[in-house]
Design a protein around this ligand. Structure first.
Ligand SMILES: Nc1ncnc2c1ncn2[C@@H]1O[C@H](COP(=O)(O)OP(=O)(O)OP(=O)(O)O)[C@@H](O)[C@H]1O
Ligand SMILES: [Mg+2]
Length: 382
């Protein structure tokens, strides 16, 4: 039996076996039949919310209505005010009104209101607990909807632009490739010159590359439904660096992976985060094209930041960014590269914001850039 401390209060009784049913109020406990408290308890029973009265002096439960016992009777702390508060939200203070708490014993959300009253000369703190789970769930689902919409609308605008671009560019690109093939045949038949042949081949390769880039963007933008789960950062980073290993070797570029030991798992769609990291590392590699080989150092760091999120940082020794470029960095189609689309960072930002994280830039100590993002931990979510 749970300990209950009725001071003659009829309603301070253990929860009946038929939890949730509205059993008739129990008779006053033998010997404890204080008629004032009994009528007070009857009055509490008429309140359509969970309701309980605690003594102001020692915090003991004095009376409670049936609904309170049904909903909080399973929480061992319900018999004492400070213990109840600690059990529900970690501390015994009740300064803010109402206090919204997530009850651990039944998973419901409650708004707790405290009021003062005096009953039979005893100062009481009167608690009303209103079940607000439905409101919280609706709010949560609206928030998720909004996030999804924001994400989808960003991707859609990028997607629409990509589709238009693909439509506008595919035809002329195909024509260019055809003309180049024709010219190559003519040069071949005429027997040279070899420089012209090489130039034509290079031009064809570039045109083919351009169509490949367009179809890649279209493919990405036709995004599948994201699926978030618990994932280990070392595995994600490993996949991405493996994809870029050959390119890094060709450019005589060192990639250091510096992940803090025992990083907690992130709550993320793995493919999307790989996409983000790939974009950032590619940008970092491209930023060091003109940098002397000895200085081409790329570092991928992972750690838990002060807010308890997982933070990934891609650090390069490239030229960094002017203040003006920093302002436009994440806008779609901002690029300073002749072969860039300017779409990489815009997509990264959509993905990271969808994951409730932040994509950021900061100058690197000693020269270069740091592009980083944060992700929530999986703990408690996946
Ligand atoms: N690590 C970096 N160092 C310096 N500048 C950078 C870096 N990363 C991005 N930038 C700047 O931001 C611009 C936009 O980057 P973003 O990845 O969006 O597009 P992009 O690399 O130009 O083209 P793509 O769409 O192919 O990725 C780049 O053109 C470059 O000017
Ligand atoms: Mg890029």
């Amino acid at each position: 039996m749970r300990e209950a401390r009725p001071s003659g209060g009829a309603a301070v009784a253990d929860k009946p076996a038929t939890a949730g049913t509205r059993a008739p109020r129990q008779k006053p406990a033998p010997g404890g039949g204080d008629p004032d408290t009994a009528s007070f308890a009857a009055w509490l029973d008429a309140v359509p919310f969970a309701c309980a009265a605690y003594a102001r002096d020692d915090g003991a439960l004095v009376a409670a209505n049936r609904r309170f016992l049904d909903e909080f009777g399973d929480l061992p702390e319900h018999t004492q005010r400070e213990r109840l508060l600690r059990g529900l939200h970690g501390d015994g203070s009740a300064d803010a009104q109402p206090i919204e708490v997530h009850a651990p014993h039944n998973g419901r959300w409650y708004a707790l209101h405290w009021g003062d009253t005096v009953q039979a000369g005893r100062a009481l703190a009167l608690l009303t607990a209103v079940d607000i789970s439905e409101r919280i769930e609706t709010l949560d689902s609206h928030k998720t909807q909004q996030e999804k919409l924001l994400f989808t609308s960003r991707l859609m605008s990028v997607g629409e632009m990509a589709a238009t671009l693909a439509h506008e560019l595919n035809q002329p690109l195909a024509a260019i490739v055809n003309y180049l093939n024709g010219s190559l045949r003519l040069v071949d038949q005429a027997g040279g010159p070899v420089q012209v042949e090489r130039a034509l081949q290079a031009a064809r390769a570039q045109a083919e590359h351009a169509s490949a880039v367009i179809s890649r963007v279209r493919e990405f933008v036709r995004a599948r439904e994201p699926r978030r789960d618990a994932h280990e950062l070392p595995a994600i980073a490993g996949t991405v660096l493996e994809l870029l290993r050959l390119e890094a070797e060709r450019l005589q570029l060192r990639i250091d992976l510096a992940l803090a030991p025992a990083l907690p798992a992130v709550y993320a769609d793995r493919v999307m985060i790989e996409q983000v990291l790939l974009n950032l590392v590619k940008n970092a590699i491209e930023a060091m094209r003109e940098v002397p080989a000895a200085r081409r150092e790329l570092r991928v760091e992972g750690r838990v930041n002060l807010d308890g999120e997982i933070e990934v940082r891609v650090c390069d020794r490239g030229p960094g960014l002017s203040a003006q470029d920093q302002d436009q960095l994440f806008s779609p189609f901002f690029t300073t590269k002749t072969d860039g689309l300017g779409i990489g960072l815009a997509i990264c930002r959509s993905i990271i914001e969808y994951h409730e994280g932040r994509l950021f830039f900061e100058p690197r100590d000693g020269g270069g850039s740091v592009f980083g993002f944060t992700l929530p931990r999986a703990q408690g979510r996946a």
